[in-house]
Design a protein around this ligand. Structure first.
Ligand code: SDX
Length: 429
């Protein structure tokens, strides 16, 4: 018999279907709650709300498990490339050789942006954060593809997906070049996705630039680790914006804006700024932990805590290992890595953090590894955006293909304002 949940309200019983996911997670289907009872659910921050069903990513926050399309993140980080993982997330299966080659070719040949867009960059002050440039430029891309913007046309979406993945990478690199006053470096078709990005970031016209294969490998791993995380704030934003049938560029641009906040992807920049501050203060990690526990201070340990993980974020563990490996290979001793490790140790042995299950999240070590790759601090969240792109696209596409998400996203509210009030003329106020 199908499982039902009973709700007793105002002396009456109502029954609602229970949905079970493929990993046995349970949800009560309240989609008919208001129709049947006149009540709505109330869940600020959506901590208990399933906004959709999805077959893309599975997280078990208690056990620290993360899988894309069923494949453990550890295996993908070790064996896959970012391009292959993007294909997996977006199209639902690991590509065959032919499918992968076709996808790679499309990414290669859609990497340039319209030349007139280069002038847009000149309009920004040199102090502009690359995230604001990125979100505006991505939104502007829709001006150049009016024939590919119909979200319910499979043909148009399929043509658009590689363009979005490839051109946003180019814009990300250009936004950095413009911020340091260097000429942009055009994409090179002979280079793969990550090598091409590094080349656009670090080459200059006056001398040859060799892309380091170790750096390419590390970048692939980092982007894979960021590629999706089910219904996080930016992905939910992309879905919500997309539910109005806004085009893919507009939806992704909104996702970039959501990611920028320091409670979400912006935390990777905030972590390194926090570590630098601790370093300047003599490396006192205990003082930082004490400040983070003080309810009257606004200070939080950036890169700590997570809505879903109540154990160690598996991505943070992988990034920490890569960070150690890369720095020892480069024979670099970064004092901030030492501070980060001592901070983690101190926080994890503190009752405040233990009781609240606060562990390092994906943003805690990622900034340090970008630093080791030579990527500047204000580009860290741009790097997160590049990584998260396939996840945003996969969710946007899944939403348009799924029957249960065919309605516009539109939460309700519990109104707490004035009841009906007279309009008072200005002279009488
Ligand atoms: C990402 O959702 C995703 O999947 C996101 C992400 C992805 O891949 O998309 O994983 C990427 O966004 C990682 C998170 C990056 N943000 C930070 O590192 C910023 C610092 N952390 C937080 O502000 C916070 O932990 C959140 C936003 C990550 C989670 O917020 P929640 O789930 O709403 O938790 P909460 O704020 O209600 O915290 C619960 C308790 C509170 O204390 P009490 O009121 O119960 O006494 O824990 C405390 C909080 O004050 N707390 C912290 C803390 N994080 C939570 N205290 C000190 N330092 C912290 N970092």
């Amino acid at each position: 018999m199908d499982e039902k949940a009973e709700l007793k309200v105002a002396g009456k019983s109502y029954f609602f279907p229970v949905i079970t996911g493929s990993e046995n997670e349970k949800a009560v289907d309240f989609s008919k709650l208001r129709d049947q009872t006149g009540y709505i659910t109330y869940d600020p921050g959506y901590g208990n709300t399933g906004a959709c069903s999805s077959a893309i990513t599975f997280i078990d926050g208690e056990k620290g498990i993360l899988r894309y399309r069923g494949i453990p993140i550890e295996d993908l980080a070790e064996k896959s490339t970012f391009v292959e993982t993007s294909y997996l997330l977006i199209y639902g299966h690991l590509p065959t050789k032919v499918e992968l080659e076709d996808f790679r070719t499309k990414l290669t040949y859609h990497s340039m942006i319209h030349e007139s867009m280069l002038r847009f960059f000149d309009g920004y002050p040199s102090s502009a954060h690359p995230m604001c440039i990125l979100s505006s430029m991505v939104s502007s891309l829709s001006a150049y593809y009016p024939e590919l913007l119909d979200p319910v046309s499979d043909e148009q979406v399929d043509a658009l997906v590689p363009r979005v993945l490839s051109k946003i990478r180019t814009i990300a690199a250009y936004s950095y070049k413009k911020s340091i006053g260097q000429p942009v470096i055009y994409p090179v078709n002979a280079l793969n996705y990550c090598a091409n990005f590094l080349h656009m970031m670090f080459a200059v016209p006056s001398e040859p630039y060799e892309v380091d294969p170790d750096v390419v490998d590390t970048l692939n791993t980092l982007l894979i680790l960021h590629a999706d995380h089910e219904q996080n704030c930016s992905t939910s934003t992309v879905r919500l914006v997309g539910s109005s049938h806004a085009n893919l560029f507009a939806s992704v641009s909104a996702g970039i804006s959501a990611l920028w906040g320091p409670r979400h992807g912006g935390a990777n920049q905030a972590v390194v700024e926090m570590l630098e501050q601790i370093h300047r203060n003599g490396g006192d990690v205990k003082a930082a932990v004490t400040a983070a526990k003080d309810r009257d201070s606004k200070f939080l340990l950036m890169g700590f805590g997570h809505r879903v993980y109540k154990s160690y974020d598996p991505r943070a563990a992988i990034i920490r290992r890569h960070c150690d490996r890369l720095l020892s290979k480069q024979k670099v001793k970064d004092p901030l890595l030492d501070i980060a490790k001592r901070l983690e140790e101190t926080a994890l042995s503190d009752p405040y953090f233990k009781e609240r299950n606060l562990y390092p999240n994906v943003d805690f070590y990622s900034g340090l590894i970008y630093r080791a790759l030579g990527i500047p601090t204000n580009m860290y969240t741009v790097m997160f955006s590049l990584g998260r792109l396939p996840g945003w696209i996969a969710h946007w596409r899944e939403m348009h293909q799924s029957s249960d998400s065919s309605r516009i996203g539109r939460p309700r509210q519990v109104y707490t304002g004035e009841t009906i009030s007279p309009y008072v003329p200005i002279e009488a106020r």
